[in-house]
Design a protein around this ligand. Structure first.
Ligand code: SF4
Ligand code: SF4
Length: 389
């Protein structure tokens, strides 16, 4: 939209001020419990200045950088999913009238226990997160009966994206066509440039809302050297990506090898803890429970994140859980993400953010599992669904 502008480091708080004046709660990365979490932040003083993250399969640590970069890390365990689909929300509630009938139905999830703000501006979104946002929106809102509350949340969201200048060791966004370069899906896009005597943000706008916001921030026109440095930033990250997944073939590969011995191998390591599904920005399994107060005067239906790794998630009345073994639950998760998601929603369910690799307590790596299934095949491939166990 507008020409790229330059925001000096000391002027970046003006962007927060503009968002607050427009009534937004600003959510962004901040250090909590030795981890970069997403939380409400007041200004740049809350960002993880001079902090980086070290990630590997089953390992996450924060470390000090040698500079004062505000976005010099990759990803923490949180994602925009927390606001698109709150982890615990009230879907509806009702009270009993004196005549005994239920009344006062409310479908306003904002009055639920989560107490989450519904009008947020998210600062710090990376390319993979923008793709994950779009995928989850298609799942949650693309059907015939989209939840109006979630629709409202999605429409109110403002996104201030940030280009990645470094890739983490567990990233494989390039394989999934989801990064590392941000190309769309933002209101404002920031590229952080930092050297010994120069700390600025190159700002591009992607919407009218973004233009209006940027107009309230002191900026100057970007010079040609700054524009070249901004262009080089995601290219540098792309060169650092180590993990790969063959997205063109993985769907057919998984469907053809539903009885591959690797499923048993991964089941020997998998704790079925569900961490991978909790940190995944696109996993959307939920369960519902109806809760009454002790007097029986009020009832509410709560929706909470759930996981396909939970044995009860596949429970069918009268038949017990459909997926009783770790083998079948891991296979369900991986084939859904990388194969049947495409049949359901016309897109992969994975953006290659690498969170499931980092946050798996035993370091199970979805890219290695795909390679293991592709590299070693035992016996004839099966094209028909396997019997559940
Ligand atoms: S793959 Fe890892 S994170 Fe996922 S359920 Fe198994 S042990 Fe937990
Ligand atoms: S499956 Fe893993 S790498 Fe893919 S989007 Fe989910 S958490 Fe990220």
């Amino acid at each position: 939209m507008t020409d790229d502008r330059v925001i000096a480091r000391e002027d970046l708080d003006a962007l927060f001020d503009a968002l607050h004046r427009c009534g937004y709660t600003v959510v962004g990365p901040t250090v909590r419990d030795s981890t970069i979490r997403l939380a409400e932040i007041a200004g740049t003083r809350d960002l993880p200045a001079g902090v980086t993250d070290e990630q590997e399969a089953g390992r996450y640590r924060l470390a000090q950088r040698e500079d004062a970069a505000l976005f010099g890390f990759n990803l923490g365990p949180d994602s925009l999913k927390r606001w698109q689909l709150p982890p615990d929300r009230t879907v509806w509630r009702a009270r009993r009238k004196p005549d005994g009938e239920l009344t006062d139905f409310s479908t306003d999830a904002r009055s639920g226990p989560a107490g989450m703000p519904d009008r947020i501006a998210y600062i710090g979104a990376r390319a993979c997160e923008l793709h994950a946002r779009a995928i989850l929106e298609r799942v949650l809102l693309g059907g015939n009966h989209p939840d109006p509350e979630l629709r409202e949340r999605a429409d109110a969201l403002i996104v201030i994206a940030v280009q990645c200048g470094e890739a983490g060791p567990t990233c494989f966004c390039a394989s999934m066509g989801a990064g590392p370069k941000v190309t769309s899906g933002y209101d404002i896009l920031l590229t952080e440039l930092l050297d010994a005597d120069h700390h600025v943000f190159i700002a591009a706008t992607g919407s009218v809302r973004g233009e209006e916001l940027l107009a309230e921030v002191p900026t100057r026109r970007a010079g040609s050297e700054e524009l070249a440095a901004a262009r080089a930033t995601p290219a540098r990250a792309a060169e650092q990506i180590q993990r790969k997944l063959d997205a063109d073939w993985v769907k057919e590969l998984l469907y053809a090898h539903l009885e591959h011995p690797e499923w048993e191998s991964v089941a020997q390591r998998c704790l079925t803890c569900g961490n991978c599904t909790m940190v995944c920005p696109t996993c959307f399994c939920t369960s519902v429970e109806d809760v009454t107060d002790l007097t029986g005067e009020q009832v509410e239906r709560r929706q909470q994140w759930d996981s396909c790794f939970a044995v009860d998630h596949s429970y069918m009345h009268g038949g017990g859980p459909a997926r009783q073994s770790a083998r079948s639950r891991y296979r369900q998760w991986m084939t859904h993400k990388l194969a049947s998601w495409d049949d359901q929603f016309g897109t992969s369910g994975c953006v290659g953010c690498g969170r499931c690799i980092t946050w798996c307590p035993v370091g199970i790596d979805i890219t290695e599992e795909a390679q293991a299934i592709g590299a070693v095949t035992h016996g004839p491939a099966r094209a028909t669904p396997a019997k559940e166990d």
